[in-house]
Design a protein. Sequence first.
Lengths: 363, 254
Amino acid sequence: MKTVEIAVIGGGPAGLSAAINAASLGAKVAIIERDDQLGGQLRKQTHMFFGSKEQYASTRGVDIAVMLQEELKKYQDNVDVYTDTTVLGLYEDGVLTIEQSGKYMKLKPERIIVATGASEKFLAFPNNDLPGIYGAGAVQTLMNIYGVKPGNNVLMVGAGNIGLIVSYQLMQAGVNVKAIIDAAPRIGGYLVHASKVRRMGIPILTSHTVKYAYGKDSLEKVTIWQLDEQWKPIPGTEKDFEVDVMCISVGLSPLAELLWQAGCKMVYVPELGGHVPLRDENMETSVKGIYIAGDVAGVEEASSAIVEGRLAGLCAAKSLGYANEDFEKMKQEYLQQLHSLRSGPVGEKIIKGLSKVTVQGGI
Amino acid sequence: MLEKTGIPTKEDIKSITPSEERRRKGPVAVIECFQKIPCNPCYTSCKFGAIKEFKDINDRPVVDFDKCTGCGVCVVNCPGLAIFIIDETYSDTEALVKIPYEFIPLPEEGSYVTALNREGKPVCRAKVVKVQNAKSQDRTPVVSLAVPKEYSMEVRFFNINDYFSDNTYICRCEELTLGELRELIRMGYRTLDEIKRISRAGMGPCQGRTCRQLIMQELAKTTGQKMEEMPMTTFRPPVKAIKLGALAGGDDNE
């Protein structure tokens, strides 16, 4: 069985940042990514990122993916990159079972950083299995990774940042977005994103949800209706949209299966997207040696995922004795960055969620 | 309201509009960012210190209009594409509005496009004065539109199609184009009736249902008349085209 000092599961913004920090301190790192390239969701983010310089603000996500990989290359003597490789199981004895391009193998790391990200939530309505109904992230992958146009006319369900951004990118790709609807009474994403699509003429209908999807072989029409203040549909408010694509963008849930398997203590926290593990301020879970970073620790923006990754990488390396004198300074710097990213009104929900799962001074 | 529709309210816009006095002095940045979000590139990219220091990354940008030169660096650094440059000194009658535009094809300099407001509704015809797409802009081209001065705080996007072109039909029945209508107004025809008599607009099969509103809008826009105060044409029967035979047949009761 192969061994390694630190296995990082997931090669997105959190995993890459964790691997960079751990390897830069001298730890031997294996970074495991199920896709055939590193970068995770960054690879399809063609828009500029928010945040500040430390989190690559004003840089496009797709370019951040390249920058992080360049940074990782500086420490390539300490890093093994496994792409097209999926971690299948995480056992109580700390062994990972892995499938790499059809081959099965085991890996015994001394420390594990789980940075698996999140998956898209789905929505229940009649005929939601019709071809043409996608997750918004899937449509983004089709367009921005594979260059495939998903259809001609789209109804976007969800006015969070993903729904708003993917709507904008659909319009850039020459696809007509008929409307963006959201069951909530207010737009959930950043209002600058909302204004950006609104001035292109795309209506945003808050307090609306899907009633019914129609189509013979694939999606042809969607009926929506309005919700009252108790989120109950109001009969008679139905509107039809003739669309061949409907994108569902109603939130993400942490991809936490491996953490469950490992026996980490999990808590259901709606503010963070679902079940997430208890953690201390070093991003270590209740199972010694298993760390977390990014959306699996609680669904947030990529900017926070990057900082959490850096923090987890730093702390996991330190626990193996790879400390430098700047440890405490760096750790405080990352905690400060996370604090400021979350300190505004849009971070209130995250702070509330994190207060339910963050244990000070070890679990 | 902004949080429900994505459209900033009049009060929102008023709160960030530079004074008339400042606008008369030259180009200036208008930042339409109304929500506290963790984002500060506008502040860190400004070389003139014209955006007040962010004490907290969630602060909203506040422009010191006296320091702002309207250079436009913040426009391409704003991840929300929420910054525009307006320059009311462009000409006696027109202002420049600089808009970040991440779409292909880019409009050609010198071409005309349809300027849109914050709801995506057509406002006016606009000439593309400049298209900037330098490497430093990192794939956020900036398009400068010349628009009538009164629309400098209104125009925020555009459709590359020139819907207000001189070739656009105003009266389809009698084939009056927008260009011909503009020429008539320029020559001094100032009422619907005058325009109808000289051009036959409104005298075709649809009896003005297509053109009446459009002519009134153009009159309002170019002469400053109010729509509600415009004298209407005289309405006479028949309201739709009928066969001569129907008239020749006389009244059924006679």
